[in-house]
Design a protein around this ligand. Structure first.
Ligand code: FAD
Length: 247
């Protein structure tokens, strides 16, 4: 998996503060400099004032101002299973690589065994991995070896069959029906800061699946550089939100 921040609102936290100050001042924020807008907020520097105001908004659940800054992320190589989970969030905008217009006819099925085109979950290779609703954790070395072999063989066979169906004249949009749910997909997605926190609440939660948790942690790392005051506060003071069980 690879996650990049491709586009984002400049000065997102000035925008959050300006929008929030609008709610509580008689003057029109459009007529003021940012420093004038923040004059009555506690703090010796603009940075301190922003920390005060953003902390206050988060503490009081005043999340509207966080809907103004927007970020666009490019995500490479997550499974279609992870895609199905993240696309449930209705306030996020998505573009997903098509399997109707893109055919995987030049992928070497042997490379699929090693993680090309299909995500290999850690439970296929890690003998100590414990996942949700696992039938048994009590497996011997031979069973672990067979588990990995079976997983790798099955996905490679599926890709080989898919390519044969293409050669036999089946359109990619129908041949794809034989591909595994672990087939990799690239996604471009945009969301505002409020939504990013909501996605983190649910998808970095202890009971979310490892892949979407990893994706969410990558989003949070990028968000911490883009919107440092907000996500520092989110990580430090709102740990209970992120690490709880998903509602
Ligand atoms: C650990 C975990 C397991 C899950 N398992 C399953 C599962 O087995 N099956 C399954 O189908 N889904 C499952 N989900 C998905 C989950 O039910 C939600 O659909 C998904 O997380 C989207 O989040 P959301 O409901 O907060 O909506 P979002 O689309 O992220 O919307 C954000 C918020 O906006 C509000 N909102 C948006 N749309 C509406 C609306 N139409 N009406 C009222 N309020 C709205 C709600 O307050 C919502 O919380 C799971 C999620 C997690 C985290």
């Amino acid at each position: 998996m690879e996650v990049q921040l491709v586009e984002a609102t400049e000065n997102p936290e000035e925008l959050i503060c300006k929008a929030a100050r609008n709610d509580y001042m008689q003057e029109f924020v459009g007529d003021l400099t940012f420093e004038e807008t923040m004059e009555t907020v506690d703090g010796d520097t603009t940075e301190e004032k922003m920390r005060t105001l953003i902390g206050h908004l988060m503490d009081h659940g005043h999340f509207g101002p966080f809907e103004h800054p927007q970020a666009t992320f490019a995500v490479k190589g997550v499974s279609r299973s992870c895609m199905a989970q993240i696309t449930r969030h209705r306030h996020v905008s998505f573009d997903v690589r098509s399997m109707r217009y893109v055919a995987f006819d030049d992928v070497d099925p042997a490379a699929v065994r090693d993680g090309e085109m299909v995500v290999v979950p850690p439970s296929a290779t890690d003998p100590d991995w414990v996942g949700r609703n696992q039938r048994t954790a009590d497996v011997d070395e031979e069973q672990v070896r067979r588990r990995e072999e079976l997983f790798r063989e099955t996905v490679a066979d599926a890709v080989e069959s898919y390519q044969e169906l293409l050669d036999l004249g089946m359109p990619p949009e129908d041949a794809r029906f034989v591909l595994p749910i672990g087939t990799k997909v690239n996604i471009v997605m945009s969301m505002n800061v409020r939504m990013l926190m909501h996605v983190a609440d649910m998808r970095a939660a202890a009971d979310a699946q490892w892949e979407i948790r990893e994706l969410t942690e990558e989003l949070l790392d990028l968000a911490a550089d883009w919107c440092p005051v907000t996500f520092d506060y989110y990580e430090r003071e709102m740990k209970g939100r992120k690490n709880r069980l998903a509602p």
